[in-house]
Write a protein that binds this ligand. Structure first.
Ligand SMILES: NC(=O)c1ccc[n+]([C@@H]2O[C@H](COP(=O)([O-])OP(=O)(O)OC[C@H]3O[C@@H](n4cnc5c(N)ncnc54)[C@H](O)[C@@H]3O)[C@@H](O)[C@H]2O)c1
Length: 281
């Protein structure tokens, strides 16, 4: 398969040289099947490309069929295997349809990346119940439904579920009441499911990833929506990040790849923080 690094935002030259050393036989997740929700943009897109690049057969799902198809086509253009599926993670009927589509083509699912998510800004006083439910429906219910519906398909040893939480699932922000709650829920449902899988004797690990501020459409749109206050907010974020800059989607995709691969075989119920040091102080 041709290298597809150039399609991943800000893949550095050093990384490119490193990964070019790999031949097909050294691909880190060869012969594994992966499902990535919200795979049509940002972190989901980068993760889809990175998992495909290391040999996975990838199902890219998104509520935007067009975005999912664009990412799947990029993977196919570079010689990888990918299928795009329309998928609203809040709908159990959609999970059944996705389940059936994967089962029709593959014997089992090895990797589930519960990545689809939405941002919402608002404090406890100004957030309505309907906004709260809308955010938690995607970010929390979507992850619950993903694990619940995919576990029966993960029948081979070496299965890995990766739930994309956030640093906002670890620390509080006065203006992110619903988002904080949804991402905190992901952090602890990950641990519960991880313990259940070990108790049940399944060969499935479950871990969460906690990105800090990463340059994706979600963050760019959030900052832009601040209008005149955008630049000041941007500078405040930069000042609060010890490493002094935002992360790139590839920084998260590489962590997803590690958790998806057998290289992380002794990790379950863990939380991987990738935030340039933001939560270190
Ligand atoms: N970018 C960051 O800085 C950052 C930081 C921490 C956590 N996260 C989390 O990472 C994940 C990806 O965020 P991103 O920055 O790539 O955002 P993004 O907006 O670029 O991508 C999110 C994707 O999810 C899809 N989506 C939204 N609702 C959906 C639904 N109901 N069903 C299926 N797909 C749906 C969107 O269509 C989009 O393609 C989210 O869970 C987000 O909360 C992002």
């Amino acid at each position: 398969m041709t290298r597809i690094d150039d399609n991943i935002p800000a893949m550095g030259q050093h990384d490119h040289q490193l990964y070019c050393l790999h031949g097909t036989e050294f691909m880190r997740i060869n012969n594994k099947t992966a499902l990535i929700t919200g795979g049509g943009s940002g972190l989901g897109e980068a993760s889809s490309l990175r998992l495909a690049e290391e040999g996975a057969r990838v199902f890219v799902t998104d509520i935007s069929q067009e975005s999912a198809e664009r990412v799947a086509q990029t993977i196919r253009d570079f010689g990888g295997q990918a299928t795009a599926l329309h998928h609203d993670v809040t709908q159990e009927s959609d999970w059944s349809r996705v389940h059936d589509a994967i089962a029709a083509e593959c014997q089992s699912l090895d990797i589930l990346v519960n990545n689809a998510g939405v941002a919402f800004s608002g404090n406890i006083e100004e957030t309505s119940l309907s906004d709260w439910r809308a955010v938690n429906s995607v970010n929390s219910d979507g992850v619950f439904l993903g694990m619940k519906n995919c576990l029966p398909m993960m029948t081979k040893p070496g299965g890995s579920i990766i739930n994309i939480s956030s640093i906002e699932g670890i620390i509080g922000d006065p203006n992110l009441i619903a988002y904080n709650a949804s991402k905190g829920a992901v952090r602890l449902m990950t641990k519960s499911a991880a313990l259940h899988c070990t108790q049940a004797g399944y060969g499935i690990r479950v871990n969460s990833v906690h990105p800090g501020f990463i340059e994706t459409p979600m963050v760019a749109e959030g900052i832009a929506a601040m209008g005149d206050a955008a630049e000041e907010f941007h500078q405040q974020i930069l000042a609060a990040i010890p490493m002094g800059h935002l992360g790139q989607a590839i920084d998260i995709a590489n962590a997803v790849l590690f958790l998806a691969s057998d290289e992380s075989r002794y990790m379950t119920g863990s939380e991987m923080v990738i935030d340039g040091g933001y939560t270190a102080h």
